[in-house]
Write a protein that binds this ligand. Structure first.
Ligand code: GLA
Length: 354
């Protein structure tokens, strides 16, 4: 009965175009917090009002990454991260920290000695420890969950860990150390390993292998972040169901950390523009395909509510998304629930029908 009434209300509000009072976070209150990746610049515009109304969790899209926050040795740039943290506090929103150790957007200095050569393992681990300790300490009590290590697994089927500079210089050990030091800095923070293409069974098995090895070694890890950068053609329902089932079996929390559903078939690598890429219209067909994948995904998220403790969208609306420049530079995408004018798309209402 309750279900029927909710569905009827949602439909009525959608049909009359009423400015509805409730946001996504309210409809999903009994399930999980609904988060969004933000920049301080967006929060200062009318997008900040949308964020307050619809979401109860945030992740800084870039502000806490190592490059932006620690651009030079001994120099931290707190401004943007502090501003996002203050917005979260003012509005009683949860804040996820993203990310402590990653091969991309890492500052060049961290891998180099004063002569420009590569640093030793000892020096790099020391620098990493100092970085983690300083950043985690600053946001202690504000950031409740950290993506400690991001994307350490290789995309090559026959390679386990990505041969990043972290790995080349320190070996596998840097991963466990990052978790240990984050935990020492804030024993209450929840610590996540975060990665993409988690729906791919080969990559997934490697993520699970890594998490199991950390658990077996007694390393503090509380969850797996599933980035969920998906598209109109993937994941399929069986693929997502087996993904959630496999990660749930780890007995840790799952956070959906970077959800978006591109309206183009999935491509995993950046490529040159082709003439056909100029067709960027958000057609009724693309809209329906996107609705189908979003509906299916949220159905399964609700089914796995015991294991999933957060769902975060990667960007606020179709006005701006990193997918406008990936995999094809300058190709407009429409992967979110709000359009360029910050209005809820049809898919928004579909995600609320349950
Ligand atoms: C990865 C990272 C995010 C972000 C996206 C692209 O998923 O984890 O921080 O950079 O790529 O925007």
């Amino acid at each position: 009965m309750k279900k029927l009434i909710l569905t009827a209300c949602v439909a009525a509000v959608a049909a009359t175009g009423f400015a509805q009072q409730k946001g996504l976070k309210d409809y999903y209150k009994a399930y999980f917090p609904i988060g969004v990746a933000v920049s301080p610049r967006a929060l200062a515009t009318e997008q900040g009002d949308l964020v307050k109304k619809e979401f109860n969790s945030m992740t800084p899209e870039n502000a806490m990454k190592m490059g932006p926050i620690h651009p030079r040795e001994g120099e931290f740039n707190w401004r943007d991260a502090d501003s996002v943290a203050a917005f979260a506090k003012r509005n009683s929103m949860k804040l996820r920290g993203h990310t402590l150790v990653w091969h991309t957007q890492a500052p060049a200095w961290i891998f180099k000695d004063s002569a420009g050569g590569q640093v030793s393992k000892e020096v790099l681990l020391q620098r990493m420890k100092h970085h983690i300790t300083t950043v985690v300490n600053r946001y202690k009590g504000t950031v409740y969950a950290w993506d400690v290590v991001n994307e350490a697994i290789s995309d090559k089927p026959d390679e386990y860990l990505r041969p990043s500079l972290w790995y080349q210089i320190c070996g596998e050990e840097y991963i466990a150390k990052a978790f240990q030091w984050a935990h020492e800095a804030d024993p209450k923070a929840l610590l996540f390993y975060n990665d993409y293409d988690e729906i791919n069974p080969v990559k997934r098995a490697k993520i699970i292998r890594l998490v199991n090895s950390l658990k077996a070694a007694g390393i503090p890890i509380h969850g797996v972040g599933l980035q969920a950068h998906w598209a109109i053609n993937e994941p399929t329902r069986p693929q997502l169901e087996s993904t959630l089932k496999d990660f749930a079996a780890l007995g840790l929390q799952m956070h959906i950390t970077e959800l978006d559903i591109s309206v183009y078939p999935k491509e995993h690598s950046a490529r040159e523009r082709r003439p056909s890429d100029s067709d960027t219209a958000f057609t009724p067909q693309k809209e329906q395909q996107q609705i189908d994948v979003y509906k299916m995904s949220f159905e399964l998220f609700r089914k796995y509510r015991k294991n999933i403790s957060s769902v975060t969208f990667w960007n606020i609306s179709d006005r701006f998304t990193w997918l406008d420049n990936f995999p094809v530079r300058g190709r407009k995408d429409h992967p979110l629930l709000f359009d360029r004018n910050l209005q809820p798309k049809k898919v928004y209402w579909e995600v609320l029908k349950f």
